[in-house]
Design a protein around this ligand. Structure first.
Ligand SMILES: C[S@@+](CC[C@H](N)C(=O)[O-])C[C@H]1O[C@@H](n2cnc3c(N)ncnc32)[C@H](O)[C@@H]1O
Length: 214
């Protein structure tokens, strides 16, 4: 099986990130998957995914115009904002009518935009059991980032750091609403698994049989 390696591609994805991607996505290699990445830049990661998922359809979205040479015909590029729900719905309809297997957010790294894309895509357009990755959440610790601030203590919730805490709270939804102890009504978490590593968060959607009743 082909291994995932970023060093031959024009992408800033580190070898540590790629190791997590490979660990979680290896079961999908060789399958006819649907992958969406928010944030294309020069297209390095688009080519990395095309090569790794030899049978997959790869979609990319960026608010800047991007043109890439794709002899495979498996690459689908869109121009627009990651926080535009109608555009996200259209990409799913055109590229992944049955839903995406993998979604990656490597676009703004700002909490408001990241949150909007996440909930729209995770709830509506990611398949049950699928993985949603969010890169570079540490921008919330950067004072020069639009919604970041210097770290001043353990209650730091600025920018993307606060969004990661929101995901932790969602993992705790079953206890937040625990019968007799929490706030009713009781419900299951919308997140099956949350893995937080430096510069990357991986969120797995529950399999269909564990999804909360609407
Ligand atoms: C870090 S680069 C993407 C790198 C690429 N994923 C890779 O690994 O090679 C971030 C990209 O996100 C785009 N971007 C930033 N904010 C965005 C937004 N709100 N909506 C869509 N694209 C955005 C930028 O134009 C930039 O090209």
């Amino acid at each position: 099986m082909r291994s995932l390696n970023s060093k031959n591609y024009d992408t800033d994805k580190s070898k540590y990130m790629v190791r997590v991607y490979e660990e979680l996505l290896a079961p999908l290699a060789g399958q006819d998957i649907r992958l969406l990445e928010l944030g294309i830049h020069r297209g390095g990661s688009m080519f990395m995914w095309l090569d790794y998922f030899e049978r997959g359809q790869i979609a990319g979205l960026d608010f800047l115009p991007v043109s890439l040479d794709d002899p495979s015909g498996r690459l689908h590029l869109y121009q627009g904002e990651q926080q535009d729900p109608r555009l996200l719905d259209r990409i799913r309809a055109e590229v992944a009518p049955d839903g995406f297997d993998v979604i990656i957010d490597d676009a703004s790294h700002e909490a408001d935009f990241t949150r909007k894309s996440f909930w729209r895509l995770f709830r509506n357009h990611l398949k049950p059991g699928g993985w949603y990755f969010i890169e570079d959440w540490g921008t919330g610790y950067w004072k020069s980032w639009p919604d970041g601030r210097h770290y001043k203590g353990s209650n730091h919730l600025h920018g993307m750091v606060g969004f990661v805490k929101e995901l932790i709270d969602e993992c705790g939804a079953g206890d937040i609403t625990f019968p007799g102890l929490g706030i009713s009504p009781h419900r299951l978490p919308e997140i099956a698994e949350l893995r937080i590593v430096p510069a990357l968060v991986a969120v797995r959607k529950p399999d269909a049989e564990f999804a909360s009743p609407a």
